[in-house]
Design a protein around this ligand. Structure first.
Ligand SMILES: Cc1ncc(C[n+]2csc(CCOP(=O)(O)OP(=O)(O)O)c2C)c(N)n1
Length: 514
């Protein structure tokens, strides 16, 4: 067995079952090992941003890491933006990054680069395999690092000779400690805050926004009147009928501060105290309003779910009745068409157990609450602000959850960063319906231009924010990658197309001209 094969077998032994990749010459032994080893699914992405974004979407839904296979420094660099997003999301991921054989590195061949330097800012853990005999042990350590709570990016650089030389064998999975227990003191301080009768809000993130965490938060809210809030861009939220509603913090500083105004204690569960996405002249960076005290119940690496349960046991009685479905009626067929009409129809028709990958940017902000009444679903969004993760995240989520419909609500400008995802969806026959919000502009930046006080925009400035001339043709773009697509420009057309898409399995794209 060579080093590469020992790594693939060790990944499997450690519970990693999918490898998203875009390989080159230095990774050929790893590719060949994928072929020989039963049980590892190999998924090709035609750009590394697709590879890393899909690994992010996979892990958010599977609750465990995928591996990526990347080609030296430049391949890694192409995947960096979505590694950044995954790092911000607290996603576990194991990157295997090929490099030149050790003896070749001193020649400064064309693809030679400082791989560690590119990996470090987007990784919690970086190591280099120093010989095939170590390869299996190193990859076991990488998986262990990735699985450390709440989820880490582990990058392992694999020189080609460590892949092709003879290895010692497979390494066993290493123990993974779960999230750290929250101390009695932190729980006691939160109990005291709830008992003083002052206004309390919880800012929830991570596992606290799923299953048991939400159920405990619902009990606390029902017993004490505390508000439940999540970040504007929480990585994953379980939403919909039967689940407690978690309000979303507004995006811009002034509305966010107004939203929290009057809160005396903001209890943080896996979240940091809120800060503005950007600085705006004359506006604060911190969004915790004056007079409000942030109180940490659980840090991101701690067991916020158990802490919420302990808190609920202290201040509340048994489980609370979950709210019933509040489905919106179907939109009238001749209703005015636009982002709201699209989102109302999606919220109305979304099937139970769907996964929504939301990268709607400006189109979705005002209509987020529509989905609180939809059938139960998971909501995934861009946690790190580097646009271009909606399509890959949808792709990875579909691989993690076969049998569940994935709906990608996708702004057109952001879609263009990683549209190669559609090809992977076609090749892997993934059940993803993509809805393109074709406003043919970087609309949010038109608003930002005003927001930062950058003056009046002339035609040159607007040309940087306008996606017309030529207009993108999503039906052709999708068709060229093997995904069937339609273009719609009215409410009835969209409702018919989306209803049909929900009934047919496999990838499909709807370009909504909003
Ligand atoms: C990697 C990266 N590049 C650039 C940006 C800056 N940026 C933020 S939003 C945006 C345009 C978004 O346009 P679109 O996806 O069409 O959504 P819309 O604003 O029209 O709703 C850009 C370029 C970014 N956030 N991330």
């Amino acid at each position: 067995m060579n080093g590469a094969e020992s790594m693939v077998r060790t990944l499997l032994a450690s519970g990693v079952e999918v490898c998203f990749g875009n390989p080159g010459t230095s990774e050929m032994h790893f590719v060949s090992a994928l072929d020989r080893v039963e049980g590892m699914r190999a998924v090709l992405g035609l750009f590394e941003g697709v590879v890393t974004g899909a690994a992010d979407g996979y892990a958010r839904m599977a609750g465990k890491p995928a591996a990526t296979l990347l080609h030296l420094g430049p391949g890694l660099a192409n995947g960096v933006a979505n590694l950044h997003n995954a790092r911000k999301a607290g996603t576990p991921m194991v990157n295997i990054i090929g490099d030149h054989a050790t003896a070749h590195q001193r020649y400064d061949a064309p693809l030679t680069s400082d791989v560690e330097a590119i990996a470090r800012p987007v990784s919690h853990w970086v190591a280099r395999v120093r010989g095939a005999a170590n390869a299996a042990a190193d990859v076991a350590r990488a998986v262990q690092a990735a699985r450390q709570a709440p989820g880490q990016i582990a990058s392992l650089i694999l020189p080609a000779d460590s892949a092709w030389d003879t290895a010692d064998g497979v390494a066993p999975a290493l123990p993974v400690e779960g999230p750290a227990a929250v101390g009695e003191g932190a729980i006691g301080r939160s109990v005291a805050a709830l008992r003083t009768g002052g206004k309390v809000a919880f800012l929830l993130r991570g596992a606290a926004l799923q299953g048991r965490g939400l159920a405990a938060a619902a009990r606390i809210a029902a017993a004490t009147g505390a508000r439940l809030v999540c970040d504007t861009f929480a990585p994953r939220v379980e939403r919909g009928a039967g689940r407690v509603v978690v309000e979303r913090l507004p995006y811009r500083p002034e509305p966010a501060i107004a939203f929290l105004q009057g809160t005396e204690t903001l209890i943080l569960v896996g979240a940091q105290a809120p800060i503005a996405f950007f600085a705006y002249p004359g506006q604060p960076s911190e969004l915790t309003p004056p007079g409000c005290r942030p109180l940490v119940l659980a840090h991101p690496h701690e067991d916020g779910v158990a802490a919420l349960e302990a808190l609920a046991d202290a201040v509340a009685s048994g489980p609370v009745a979950a709210p019933g479905p509040r489905l919106y009626p179907a939109l009238e067929r001749n209703a005015a068409f636009g982002a709201e009409a699209v989102l109302r129809t999606v919220a109305h028709l979304l099937p139970e157990g769907a996964i929504v990958s939301d990268e709607t940017i400006s189109a979705g902000f005002p209509h987020y609450a529509l989905f609180d009444g939809a059938r139960p679903h998971d909501w995934l969004q861009l946690a790190g602000g580097a646009i271009g993760d909606g399509m890959p995240v949808a792709t990875g989520a579909a691989i993690a959850c076969p049998g569940r419909k994935v709906v990608n609500l996708q702004a057109d400008g952001s879609a263009m960063y990683t549209l190669q995802s559609l090809w992977t969806q076609a090749r892997e026959k993934l059940d993803v319906t993509t809805v393109i919000f074709a406003n043919r502009a970087y609309q949010v930046l038109v608003e930002e231009l005003k927001g930062v006080g950058a003056g009046t925009a002339g035609s040159k400035a607007f040309s940087m924010l306008d996606l017309n001339n030529p207009a993108l043709d999503w039906v052709q773009l999708a068709g060229g990658m093997g995904v069937e697509a339609v273009r719609v420009s009215d409410s009835a057309g969209f409702a018919d197309a989306f209803a049909a898409a929900m009934k047919r399995p496999g990838p499909f794209l709807i370009e909504a001209l909003i």
